[in-house]
Design a protein around this ligand. Structure first.
Ligand SMILES: Cc1ncc(COP(=O)(O)O)c(C=O)c1O
Length: 386
C-alpha cells in the first residue's frame, strides 16, 4: 500500500493497460473489466458517493496513526502539548509567512463561511456572491436576514464574472465572495485577473473572501498568489480546508487567513470562541501539514483519474467543463432522469448546477475503479448521448 492507501502494483498494471486502451475505447475497456462490479456495489447497498467532492483515498497512514494514537485524549479540549489549536494556527501562519493573529480556525470552512454572513451581512447590499457557486454565505444570509444578497450570474463560458462583480460593488459592499476554483463548475479564474481584481476591490471597507477549498488540486503553476496579496496588505480573506486534499472531511477542520483586523472581526462575532475545534481534528491537521508529500500524490492521482474520465466523456459525446478540482460538471440534458437512473446502480449524486444550469450534474472524482463503473453506466444511457 502506498501513501494514497491503494495497491500500487495493481494500479500500475491497470494504469499501463488503460493508457494503451483508453486512447481508443476507454468505455469498452471499463465495461469488460468491471462488468460484475455494478451489481456488487448495488447489492451491498453501498451507494458510491459521487457528490461532496471528498478525497476517496482518505488521509495518509501517518495521519490515521496519529489520530488512533491520541484517541485517549478525547476527554480533553484541544489544548495539550503539541496538539493545541494555537500550535495549528502557528503552523499555518509560519507556512504562509503571516502572523498568528491573521489565522482563524473553524469547524470546517463551512463554519467560516457562516461567520462571514454574521459579520458582513447585516445590512442590505452588503454581500456580493456569484449566482452559481458554493452557496453557503449567501444562503445563510437569506435565512437569517430579511434581505437578499447580490448574486452575479456567471459569464457565457460559465466563469465567475469579475467585471460584472466589480461593477456591482458600491459603498455599501462589505464582502465579495469568490470561490476559486469555483464549485460547481471546477473552473479557475486566470491568476492575473483575480489578482488585479483583488487589488482594486479589496479595500479597507470591502473584504474579498476567496474560498480556496480545492486550491491544492490545481496545477501549482496556475494558482494565484493570494497569500502574497495578503502580505501586501490587500484586504483579502483566504479560506481553506483540510476536508478535500488532505482527506479529512469527517473531522471538520477549516481555516481562514486575513488581515489581523478582519480576523478580529470574525472572532468578535463568535465571542472569541472560534477555533475551539475537535481534538482529533487538531491532531490530524497538524500531522497532515507535516506530511508534505501526501497532497502532491493525491493531486497527481486525481488528475490521472480526471483525465481518464474526461477522455471517456469525449468518447461518449457528453459535454463537460474542464475541471481544476476533484469534480466535473457535466451537461446531462435531464438532471432528474440522470439522477434517478443512476440510483439503482448504487450511485449517489447531486444535480449541482443550481437554478441557472438545472440540467448539469456535478460528479465527484472517485477512484479509477469507481469511475469506470460510472462510465459504463453512462455508456448504457443512450438518451444522454443523443
Ligand atoms: C467551495 C467549498 N467551500 C467550502 C466547503 C466546505 O468544506 P468544509 O466545511 O468541509 O471545510 C466546500 C465543501 O464541499 C466547498 O466545496
Amino acid at each position: 500500500m502506498d501513501t494514497l492507501g491503494f495497491n500500487r502494483r495493481k494500479f500500475l498494471q491497470l494504469g499501463s493497460t488503460v493508457a494503451v486502451v483508453s486512447a481508443v475505447t476507454p468505455i469498452a475497456y471499463g465495461a469488460s473489466l468491471f462488468k460484475d462490479d455494478i451489481l456488487k456495489f448495488s447489492a451491498d447497498n453501498e451507494n458510491l458517493r459521487l457528490f461532496s467532492n471528498e478525497n476517496p483515498y482518505g488521509p495518509s497512514q501517518k495521519v490515521l496513526d496519529a489520530i488512533i494514537k491520541h484517541t485517549n485524549r478525547v476527554n480533553r479540549y484541544a489544548s495539550f502539548h503539541t496538539y493545541d489549536t494555537n500550535n495549528l494556527k502557528k503552523m499555518i501562519a509560519e507556512r504562509n509567512k503571516i502572523k498568528e493573529e491573521q489565522v482563524i480556525l473553524g469547524h470546517g470552512s463551512f463554519e467560516i463561511l457562516c461567520m462571514l454572513t454574521r459579520t458582513f451581512g447585516k445590512e442590505q447590499n452588503s454581500i456580493i456572491v456569484p449566482a452559481t457557486t458554493f452557496n453557503v454565505t449567501a444562503a445563510f444570509a437569506d435565512r437569517i436576514f430579511d434581505h437578499k444578497v447580490k448574486r452575479i450570474v456567471l459569464d457565457q463560458e460559465m466563469n465567475i464574472d469579475l467585471k460584472a462583480t466589480k461593477k456591482a460593488v458600491t459603498k455599501d459592499t462589505k464582502l465579495v465572495y469568490i470561490c476559486n476554483p469555483n464549485n460547481p463548475t471546477g473552473k479557475a479564474l486566470p491568476a492575473a485577473e483575480l489578482e488585479s481584481f483583488c487589488k482594486e476591490v479589496a479595500t479597507t471597507t470591502c473584504t474579498v473572501a476567496i474560498d480556496e477549498a480545492y486550491i491544492e488540486l490545481m496545477n501549482p503553476s496556475d494558482t494565484p498568489d493570494t497569500i502574497k496579496l495578503l502580505r501586501e496588505n490587500h484586504n483579502v480573506l483566504i479560506i481553506r480546508t483540510f476536508s478535500k486534499a488532505y482527506g479529512l472531511a469527517g473531522l471538520r477542520v477549516g481555516y481562514a487567513m486575513g488581515s489581523a483586523e478582519t480576523i478580529a472581526l470574525l472572532n468578535h462575532e463568535y465571542y472569541n470562541f472560534s477555533g475551539l475545534i475537535a481534538n482529533p481534528g487538531v491532531v490530524a491537521a497538524i500531522t497532515a501539514l507535516n506530511d508534505t508529500t501526501y497532497v502532491d500524490a493525491y493531486r497527481k492521482k486525481n488528475e490521472e483519474v480526471r483525465t481518464y474520465v474526461e477522455k471517456s466523456l469525449d468518447a461518449l459525446g457528453i459535454q463537460y467543463l474542464k475541471s481544476n478540482t476533484n469534480f466535473i460538471l457535466m451537461d446531462v440534458k435531464d438532471a432528474k432522469r440522470f439522477r434517478s437512473e443512476l440510483k439503482p446502480f448504487g450511485f449517489a449524486i447531486v444535480p449541482g448546477g443550481g437554478k441557472h444550469y438545472p440540467n448539469w450534474a456535478r460528479i465527484s472524482i472517485g477512484r479509477l475503479e469507481e469511475m469506470k463503473i460510472f462510465l459504463k453506466v453512462l455508456d448504457g444511457m443512450n438518451w444522454l448521448k443523443a
